[in-house]
Design a protein around this ligand. Structure first.
Ligand code: C5P
Length: 217
């Protein structure tokens, strides 16, 4: 079974996807990290983040093992990742790696922006996790403070709104819920409540019938 978890920044999708992967014993891929790695390599290489040629070159030689997760999690990298993620050559260069991960025997959990729409359109269990921008900003503020990167609420909210606009407005694989995704608004839910709701959604989908065989497109 492939569980596709999409949603905007700081919606709680990462936490939920990780918990779903533990619950079902499935491997987990945070696909946002791939875009963050490209952004990190761009910045480390001294490239302008808008330089699509340099980004394409980096993706063609992509080696994700070069980075620690710590180097990828900051506020600046999230923003830069959403710039490179709007480049068609970056997106197409990362598709195969994600589909290979999803095609493992037994399945997988993937989270991102386009898992249910582009990467695994045939997956049986698709969740679109969302929350109000204010709730997401408050969560992100807490996470950043925990990482020793405190930032004012208004600045974080502005970041989130800008990232939403960029992710939803790009022409290639924009952020949107797949038609057959179930929308899960976590604004008023604890993590445990959100997990219970997500498991209920996955179980309903599983009960609906066998998954279509995963085919690469
Ligand atoms: O999920 P995360 O915030 O780590 O993602 C960073 C950026 O990478 C997002 O703002 C988005 O632009 C991009 N992304 C994407 N498609 C995905 C995952 C992430 O475009 N599947």
């Amino acid at each position: 079974m492939v569980i596709a978890v999409d949603g905007p920044a700081a919606s709680g999708k990462g936490t939920l996807a990780r918990r779903l992967s533990a619950h079902y014993g499935l491997p987990y891929l945070d696909t946002g990290l791939l875009y963050r790695m490209v952004a990190r390599a761009m910045l480390d290489g001294g490239h302008d983040i808008r330089d699509a040629g340099a980004a394409e070159d980096i993706v063609s030689r992509f080696d994700g093992s070069a980075f620690t997760e710590e180097a990828l999690r900051g506020r600046e990298i999230g923003e830069a990742a959403s710039v490179v993620a709007a480049m068609p050559a970056v997106r197409s260069g990362l598709i195969e790696r994600q589909r290979r991960f999803a095609a493992q025997p037994g399945g997988a959990v993937l989270d991102g922006r386009d898992i249910g729409t582009v990467i695994c359109p045939l997956s049986q269990a698709k969740l679109f996790v969302t929350a109000t921008p204010e709730v997401r900003a408050a969560r992100r503020q807490k996470e950043l403070a925990g990482r020793g990167e405190p930032a004012p609420f208004d600045g974080i909210l502005a970041d989130i709104r800008r990232r939403d606009a960029r992710d939803s407005g790009r022409s290639d694989a924009p952020l949107r819920a797949a038609e057959d995704a179930v929308i899960l608004d976590t604004s008023a839910l604890t993590i445990d409540e959100a997990l219970a709701a997500a498991i209920a959604i996955v179980e309903r989908r599983r009960a609906a019938g066998p998954e279509q065989p995963f085919t690469e497109r």
